[in-house]
Design a protein around this ligand. Sequence first.
Ligand code: NOJ
Ligand code: NOJ
Length: 494
Amino acid sequence: MWAKTLFLINAFAGAVAASPRFPMHRRQSDLEAFIQKQTPIAKQGVLNNIGDEGSLVQGAAAGIVVASPSKDNPDYFYTWTRDSGLTMLGVVEQFLNGDSSLESLIQAYVDSQATQQGVSNPSGDLSDGSGLGEPKFMVDISPFTDAWGRPQRDGPALRASALISYGNSLISNGKDSAALKNIWPIVQNDLAYVGQYWNQSTFDLWEEVQGSSFFTTAVQHKALVEGNAFAKALGQTCDSCAVAPQILCFLQSYWDGSGVVSNTPTNGRTGLDANSVLTSIHTFDPEAKCDDVTFQPCSSRALSNHKRFVDSFRDIYTVNQGRGAGKAAAVGRYAEDTYQGGNPWYLTTLAAAELLYDALYQWDAQGTLTVNDVSQAFFQDLVGNVTAGDYAKSSAEYKSLTAAVKSYADGFVSVVQEYTPSDGGLAEQFTRDGGDPASAVNLTWSFASFLTAMDRRDGTVPPSWGASAANEVPSECSGETVTGTYATPSPGTW
Ligand code: NOJ
Ligand code: NOJ
């Protein structure tokens, strides 16, 4: 018995160092077991929902990512450009990390998007780019024609980022011509769309409110920055990419001094919204500094906002009883949410963890952690008294601050663990009073978010998108746009 205990302590020595209290150590070992078990389930969960071989989505075209197999209450049996772009960015990441079996699926996704871009729909068509803002299509890529919150202008940017990540890997393997022929025409349309329409109102990522949305603005900026580099690498030009600094300029306007007001108009909400946390994880650049203007995960802005966002859920969900300040909690989209019960979501709780893993990566890479008046309240909750300052990696302060952030991050994953059913299925939500799975079952985005969060936890990060060279805010903002040119792409030959 004694020998066995010793072995356990030894096996989780890292965890012991991070958190000296024994009960924590035990929870940590449970967490490792959960992650081991859940990772293959999440991988398979994503694949099950992609046509035309996904076992849960019969009828979906090849490469089409279905949001969820759920066909009623809610009916999610459609393909959303946003969910698909985010999911496929994650799939490309797994491919880059060595799972070469995913390449044909990625190519099928690319081809499906060549087709989808040419489909006329209620948002418009490709002649002036307007059709690219359509949020969702039928799973056979025919248009969805009922009333909907449209357009949603984050979609083209997210798709461009997913395609560019695969395109860049082709280029680094000397397959420039495949990238040029099969990927660039699709990306070119999406970049043109962003440059032309970024300054027009949009439905937000939750498809509810129209106006300006922080997430949309931020992913548009990122797409133009990496799009410009991608164009150059292929010997092409991207005229629309020139407005990137103006988008960054506009991005600053969402900051209120201690948090992000995610939507304008606010529609009577506080503005604290998972919109902002998702932004920091999806514009995370492992080579960036803790840059406030791009809201990098380790920036004071992102951390202060993280605190305010998480705190906004502590008192409203019964499942958060006993999860006071500084303790990880279940979080949803925004406190005022009522959709399907207005519950906590798996993907937002995982995003809260992922942002902190990203920050830990950035501090480690830079060898220093800064506490200032903006971020102090965030750290205060975790470690009690903390003074503003720059703490070098070798310092005791650095070690205790990062250990506290690591166990705080793990705490969010533990919350997800607690409310994940034993078969590992991740729905969209879990109920606010009982923690039971709710709303759409087997949500593709839930599974995808588990996988990226666990990659970051392991220190596995995506390539840089060039944030450090794109963080200069013009002294005066302008709403400058570039009228794009659009051409119907053809599915590729690989
Ligand atoms: C309202 C929800 O809040 C939104 O997120 C959802 O996409 C639409 N209804 C459609 O189900
Ligand atoms: C509702 C979410 O609010 C939206 O972001 C998502 O695209 C759809 N469901 C499909 O998952």
